[in-house]
Design a binder for this molecule. Structure first.
Ligand code: PLP
Length: 415
């Protein structure tokens, strides 16, 4: 074994927990057990300090001023783009557009790419497991263009029915969009294989990576897709900022999403020519401090190591699923599989998901209740709502035990 092959040490939550001030909180008499990471993660002090440092030193506007503070702000903003692009292995940093979130990235592609190309007879293929962010833009765009929206179905296990997916892919398929990881089922879709098949029929492919980029190594070149969207606040970063990666040739062929300052080449009273990507898609003053915080989060994850993070999460996910299986009357949407990410959406035969979340909160456990912006998926499982426990690098076995104890209380009261 040469030096490069020395196995990395497993990630221990104790290594990272001191970085998260929120973990010192108590909820009533209980320590906080934050198990709502699919919705939003906690923030390490390195991210908070990076944002604080930006405001304390150079809170000037970017790309405009020829003065020190503006130059420093521009450097901070563009260096953030570079580090985030490198994290997903983008061939060019100019392929990374700052958005508000995954939703905005998908809408941008639906509007600026798909809407301009789709026509009656064309098809867009998505799946039944979509988050609304990767469903509604395609409903709107197919309705506006006369194209048809198709849905690949799921097996009862929650896995994508690949036979059904392939049967719906044809020469008519012009756009394919899919999640890499489901925010409800924790299912990991074989996006590389599906992208290759979609490209073979000439379709353009978007990957909704909101739940994959934070939790596993993601390489856009390896996947082979055309667009990939994700959010900063789901990977230790601030709210209000996300990333859309797109192949440069495609971005360059797209019109702007919004217009105004910062996205122009030349303007006369009658006509405007637009800047090259990524500026073409970043109209107006951007969220500079949030971009800085986003990159600080990426640096943090890079230092931890995404392979280590992923392995730790899989291990803890197994423990969570084993413990949840002990609770009578508890059903998890989607079957457990080896290597399942840390997501368990469950319902209880005797208590409503909102009551469950409330009783758990009373014992310090933060989970989410509802349909998690995946209403059609819940209907597929004859469910209106579930409680969802979801993990990240700082979570511990003790916090899972706290969840199980809380579910014991729910059972005493409702069961
Ligand atoms: N796609 C998936 C799979 C998600 O889990 C989410 C958010 O939870 C989104 C898209 C939308 O993300 P955002 O609200 O950051 O736009």
């Amino acid at each position: 074994m040469n030096e490069d092959e020395v196995p990395c040490t497993p990630l221990s939550p104790e290594e990272v927990r001191p970085d998260f001030p929120q973990l010192n909180r108590r909820i009533g008499d209980y320590p906080l057990a934050y198990l709502d990471n699919t919705a939003a993660t906690l923030k390490p002090r390195q991210v908070i300090e990076a944002i604080d440092h930006f405001y304390a030193t150079c809170p000037a506007n970017v790309h405009r001023g020829i003065h020190t503070l503006s130059e420093e702000a521009t450097d901070a903003y563009e260096s953030s783009r570079k580090r985030i692009a490198a994290f997903i292995h983008a061939p060019r940093e100019s392929e990374l557009i700052f958005t508000r979130n995954t939703t905005e990235g998908i809408n941008l592609v639906a509007d600026c790419w798909a809407r301009r190309r789709l026509k009656p007879g064309d098809e867009v293929l998505v799946t039944v497991m979509e988050h609304h962010a990767n469903l509604i833009p395609w409903q709107i765009v197919t309705e506006a263009t006369g194209a048809t929206l198709k849905f690949a179905r799921l097996h009862p296990s929650g896995q994508l029915d690949l036979d059904d997916w392939y049967s719906k892919l044809s020469e008519r398929t012009k756009f394919v969009s899919m999640p890499q990881v489901s925010n409800v089922l924790g299912v990991i879709n074989p996006v590389k294989t599906l992208t290759a098949a979609a490209k073979a029929v000439g379709a353009t492919v978007l990957v909704d990576a909101a739940q994959s980029v934070p939790h596993m190594p993601v390489d856009v070149v390896d996947i082979g897709c055309d667009f990939l969207a994700f959010s900063g606040y789901k990977l230790l970063g601030p709210f209000g900022i996300g990333g859309l990666w797109g192949r440069y040739e495609l971005l360059d062929a797209m019109p702007p999403y919004q217009t105004g300052g910062s996205m122009i080449h030349t303007v006369t009273l009658e006509k405007t020519t637009f800047a090259d990507p990524p500026q073409r898609f970043e109209a107006g003053t951007p969220s500079i401090a949030d971009a800085v915080g986003f990159a600080a989060a990426i640096d943090y994850l890079t230092n931890v190591g995404m392979d280590r993070l992923h392995q730790r999460e899989i291990e803890l996910s197994k423990y969570m699923h084993e413990r949840l299986a002990e609770i009578p009357g508890l059903r998890i949407l989607g079957e457990y599989f080896e290597g399942k990410p840390g997501i368990a959406s469950f319902d209880l035969a005797y208590a409503h998901a909102h009551d469950v979340a409330q009783f758990l909160s009373d014992e310090g456990v933060a989970v989410r209740a509802g349909h998690h912006c995946a209403e059609p998926l819940h209907h597929e499982f004859n469910s209106e709502s579930t409680s969802r426990a979801s993990l990240y690098l700082y979570n511990t076995e003790a916090e899972i035990d706290q969840l199980i104890a809380g579910l014991g209380t729910v059972r005493e009261i409702f069961g």
